[in-house]
Design a binder for this molecule. Structure first.
Ligand code: 13P
Ligand code: SF4
Length: 354
């Protein structure tokens, strides 16, 4: 499947329902599909009238994911797509930091997020003032901010990264002769990335500079409230029951959990892993709506449904709110010109690194 779900003409309400049924029968009850097909139809008509594009993160709930986005993807893909769109309005069905990234890349466009409550525990876990404190403690050390940060944190950073390119970004910086990289805010992603590139990891605080080994990734203490829930016990229990299972995790899980998995990657990389694996059954360590979306794409493989953790922030985005976003042109992402200028540099540097 390509990441585009776009069609030239808005499908009729009946066509919309049939397309949703083709993907989601057995995953979403039919009565719910009928209600949601009505909303999806109205959204698809309105987005064409307004020359709007809808970007849908892989964590969107199945009925939304399979009906209204013109493009679906992980944070990196959607950043790249938002940098290239010719639409007048971008509706971001994802969380606030993602919509901010789209606005930073498209200052002249209207960027809407359907809910004003779609946050992220990682983005809330570090402030611009924290970054300034770390830069004072470790002068000259480049700062990489995960895309799951707000614009003011990005504006204090040298590079941005996503879960899809964190290793490449850190290797790029080390290749420029640096021995240390400050990597914010996800403690687990930073630690997993340090392991990937083969250098030690330390967790910083803003009070004192820690003694450092010869080379290190200097991390922070924020965690994803969804991915930190997975335990080593989850993985070992599943392996005992299903020795042939392929287990793939998002790198926001702990290093101890990741160690026990067969593969790790961004949400897009996880989708590709399931598509390609020859295993008959698989387990995903990530948020559960994406599990439903992957199950819909891979009916011939069995997805084990043993852990069900929904991201409460992604769950704020509904078809009802997406329709209201287009009808009322809400909620607009507003950032000052200075913030957009300063936050754009680390994003552009990231997009240049393949
Ligand atoms: P991706 O960049 O892999 O899509 O992940 C975003 C995210 O919020 C994961 O929890
Ligand atoms: Fe943030 Fe975790 Fe939700 Fe992703 S799953 S948006 S990292 S809280």
């Amino acid at each position: 499947m390509s990441n585009t779900l776009a069609v030239q003409e808005a499908p009729s309400r009946d066509e919309t329902l049939e397309r949703m049924r083709a993907k989601l029968t057995g995953i979403v009850p039919d009565v719910e599909l009928q209600l949601k097909a009505d909303l999806a139809y109205r959204i698809n008509v309105l987005k064409r009238e307004l020359n709007a594009v809808i970007l849908g993160h892989n964590y969107m709930e199945p009925a939304l994911f399979h009906s209204v986005p013109d493009y679906v993807g992980d944070s990196l893909e959607l950043s790249r797509i938002s940098a290239e769109t010719e639409a007048d309005i971008i509706v971001f069905c994802g969380v606030q930091f993602m919509a901010e990234t789209a606005k930073i890349l498209n200052p002249e466009k209207t960027v809407l997020i359907p809910s004003a409550k779609a946050g992220c525990s990682l983005a809330a876990g570090v402030t611009a003032d924290d970054v300034r404190a770390l830069k004072r403690l470790y002068p000259g050390v480049p700062v990489v901010s995960y895309v799951n940060t707000y614009a003011d944190v990005k504006a204090e950073s040298d590079y941005c990264c996503t879960s899809g390119n964190a290793g490449n970004v850190v290797r790029h910086i080390l290749g420029k002769g640096h021995d240390y990289v400050i990597f914010l805010p996800d403690q687990y992603l930073a630690h997993n990335t340090a392991k990937e590139v083969g250098i030690p990891f330390v967790t910083a605080n803003r009070e004192e500079a820690l003694p450092l080994p010869d080379r290190a990734v200097i991390g922070w203490s924020a965690r994803c409230e969804v991915h930190e829930l997975f335990t080593t016990n989850d993985v070992t229990t599943v392996r005992q029951q299903f020795p042939d299972v392929a287990i793939v995790a998002h790198p926001e899980v702990s290093p101890e959990v990741l160690e026990l998995c067969d593969a790790a990657g961004s949400t897009k990389q996880m989708i590709e892993y399931v598509r390609k694996t020859e295993a008959d059954r698989y387990l995903l360590l990530t948020e559960c709506s994406m599990g439903d979306n992957i199950a819909a794409e891979n009916p011939e493989k069995e997805m084990l449904r043993l852990c069900s953790h929904r991201c409460p922030h992604m769950g704020q985005i509904t078809l009802e709110d997406t329709l209201a976003a287009l009808e009322k042109i809400q909620y607009k992402v507003e950032l000052s010109d200075d913030l957009i200028r300063d936050a754009r540099l680390p994003i552009d540097r990231m997009l240049e690194i393949r």
